[in-house]
Design a protein around this ligand. Sequence first.
Ligand code: SAM
Length: 318
Amino acid sequence: MGSQPAGREFGKLSALLSRLAMPAKSPKPAKTTTASAASAQTDPNDIRPGQSLELLKALHILTRDGKMNQDSRRKLKQVYHLFQFIEPLLQDVKDARGSLSLVDHGAGKSYLGFILYDLFFKALQDDSHIFGIETREELVATSQELAQRLGFGGMSFLNLSVADSITSPALPETVDVVTALHACNTATDDAIRFALAKQARHIVLVPCCQAEVAAVLRKNKGVQLAGNPLTEIWRHPIHTREFGSQVTNVLRCLQLEAHGYQVSVTELVGWEHSMKNELIIAQYKDLPRRRPAERLENVLDTLGLQEMRERFFTAPQV
Ligand SMILES: C[S@@+](CC[C@H](N)C(=O)[O-])C[C@H]1O[C@@H](n2cnc3c(N)ncnc32)[C@H](O)[C@@H]1O
């Protein structure tokens, strides 16, 4: 991620949303104020019953003295907007299995996990659990402290790469829901690999930039350009990058379909902090796999991306 342009690197998506507060200097447990105890300083229409005001303060959605301004009202709306996509998936698993596990990859400051926990998991009387996977140790420590402070016992944070989490004994054999929001570069692909290995029922991805496919397009440009006029689409460097990014998401969708998932792709509307606001939601339906697998293969061949076959594998891995 260090090689990405600074403006893109660290979550325009979450630039405002995810500024979790640093752990309080004093380790004293926080008062567990909830929205029912919200002061008159906040508009009751903005905050849902039972929502943790401590969390909203930690997310900088509320000021320390519990106030909300125009900007934070907008942030909260965006949080609810994302939640509205994920909530039905959580409910689906809860109804089918009684409890659920969710793994959030490239969790960063874990604002997504915290919001999901506060709005959905907190009320469940079962062993449902959210795991946050993050390579930056200090973010893992901060999230652990915040979860403890809020009494969110069904949350764990693991200092692991997405790739290593696939075989980590700290995670369950199967996982119901996998999320990855702006997980850098190929971490989204590792999250897909994780989700397939863990037989996830639902996968929610908002991919970040992925440089790998663009690099292969660039490398093979000379050979490709000779034969096919469509290669004009990625002749200029900026087009190589953008087209590479687009193709990456297309390949990801085909890969998921080739593993039996139904895939929908939409825009995370209102997420104007980010240039990367493509939302991919995949639901396991055991759909026929052959055609998407063939299409994926064809796209790789057509674009001279044969060497990416392993990245976008379609056969089940043993
Ligand atoms: C752009 S931030 C997004 C954070 C959060 N998901 C959000 O949307 O606010 C990407 C995060 O992924 C982490 N990350 C990058 N590559 C990773 C990997 N291979 N495994 C685990 N975490 C990774 C980074 O340290 C960073 O915190």
